[in-house]
Design a binder for this molecule. Structure first.
Ligand code: NAI
Length: 401
């Protein structure tokens, strides 16, 4: 078996929800002849998602959602399963954009987006697909934000389901998925000790919370930076030190951004940092660490290890940037743990089926509570966990005043 095929085979054993949907719906073919265009980090778990959609009747074309996160061995295996694959691992932004355009040229009925590059490109370039497109599902926080802006500007002409905002997605994927996989990538790429180090985390959202709790578990001292007062207060009461990035800059051994925002770490911070500090980004786009400014002020840039670039500053110190500032867990490792993506992708499949069965006005919609709860119940069942249910007296009591 080729490596890519092995990787897909491996994850398929640990995705019981996707397997159950395949078993339950194979005969019904709920996605029969529906053309689905996907832009998502192209690795084994997303490959298995694409194969599941095909199994349910869909015709699928896929490209990456980040130039560095595509795993070419998996992409090649996926082609052998009859899926049109356009993405490849590349450092060239234009090659990445070509993949996006090719999936749009495939004229999908539905788009499964991760970060909204497919949908935003379709509407801002007025691609012919906008005449026939029926709906979109969006995987991540940044994509939902962009699609809301697209809708507010009047450009979006189809319904979007915000998969990211399902409880069974962000509470687990963004928190525990990013929490584990960010550290997996930092550790495998640097081989450095985390215990006793100071970790600065920018953003105490769902991703930031996960990264912070795992850093604490690894024995690090954790500093959080925030712009929202409630989140900052929460970080403080979770036991973390909260300060500004300017104050934190001189303390950190590791800096991790997870904000979805731009220029969170910039020139004024780089110059204050310790020699040997490691910088990584876990947010969707490579805009959180100002890499252009870092390059501009550096007197030398060199590869220190695979996925690790050294930037020698004029003050004699060297900073190390992981995966070019792209989302570190996917550009430098395999992304979230398999069982986590089983949940997220069950939401994706159910949302795509929902879009084929309902006609909705243009807008950004939440995942139905019933879908969210049924996925949580099914996952509990897979984990061998049973929970109590409300008795009539309890229901009545809880509805009384
Ligand atoms: P969120 O909205 O829950 O949290 C973001 C937090 O960052 C907010 O609390 C916000 O106040 C804070 N923030 C914004 N600008 C800031 C600044 N300049 N300095 C400090 N804090 C700032 O978002 P979530 O779900 O945590 O996602 C964050 C990013 O991670 C998004 O880009 C999302 O798409 C991405 N993401 C990445 C994943 C991965 O696999 N690496 C998985 C899931 C999401």
């Amino acid at each position: 078996m080729k490596l890519g095929e092995q990787k897909i085979q491996w994850v398929s054993q640990y995705m019981p929800l996707l397997n159950k949907i395949r078993d339950d719906e194979r005969l019904n073919q709920p996605l029969k002849d529906v053309k689905i265009g996907m832009s998502i980090h192209l690795e084994a778990k997303t490959a298995y998602l694409a194969m599941t959609l095909k199994e349910l009747g869909a015709v699928v074309a896929i490209t990456g959602s980040n130039p560095l996160s595509t795993q070419d061995d998996v992409a090649s295996a996926l082609k052998d399963f009859g899926i049109s694959v356009y993405g490849k691992h590349t450092h060239d932004e234009n090659e990445y954009k070509t993949g996006i355009r090719k999936v749009l040229d495939f004229m999908p009925d539905l788009i499964l987006d991760d970060g909204a590059d497919l949908t935003v490109t379709a509407y801002t370039t007025n691609h012919p697909v906008v005449e026939t497109l029926k709906g979109v599902t969006e995987e991540t926080t940044t994509g939902v934000r962009r699609l809301r802006s697209l809708h507010n500007s009047g450009l979006l002409k189809v319904p979007v389901i915000a998969v990211n905002n399902a409880h069974t997605k962000y509470l687990f994927d963004n928190r525990y998925g990013t929490g584990q996989s960010t550290w997996d990538s930092i550790m495998r790429n640097t081989n450095l000790l985390i215990a006793g180090k100071t970790v600065v985390i920018a953003g105490y959202g769902w991703c930031g919370r996960g990264i912070a709790s795992r850093a604490k578990g690894l024995g690090a001292r954790v500093i959080v930076t925030e712009v929202e007062p409630v989140r900052a207060l929460e970080a403080a009461m979770d036991g973390f030190t909260v300060m500004t990035m300017k104050e934190a800059a001189e303390h950190g051994d590791f800096f991790i951004t997870a904000t979805g925002d731009i220029n969170v770490i910039g020139e004024e911070h780089f110059l204050l940092m310790k020699d040997g500090a490691v910088l990584a980004n876990a947010g969707h786009f490579n805009v959180e660490i100002d890499v252009k400014a870092l390059s501009k002020i550096s007197v030398d840039v060199f590869q220190a290890r695979p996925n690790v670039d050294g930037y020698k500053l004029p003050n004699g110190k060297t900073l190390y940037l992981l995966s070019e500032g792209r989302l570190v867990n996917l550009a430098g490792a395999d992304g979230h743990p398999v069982e986590i993506m089983d949940l997220s992708f069950a939401v994706q499949v159910m949302s795509l089926i929902y879009l084929t069965q309902h006609s909705l006005k243009p807008g950004v919609y939440p995942v139905l509570k019933e879908i969210d709860e049924s996925i949580a119940r099914a996952k509990l069942k897979c984990m061998g966990i049973t929970i109590d249910s409300l008795g009539k007296d309890q229901k009545d009591y809880l509805e009384s005043f």
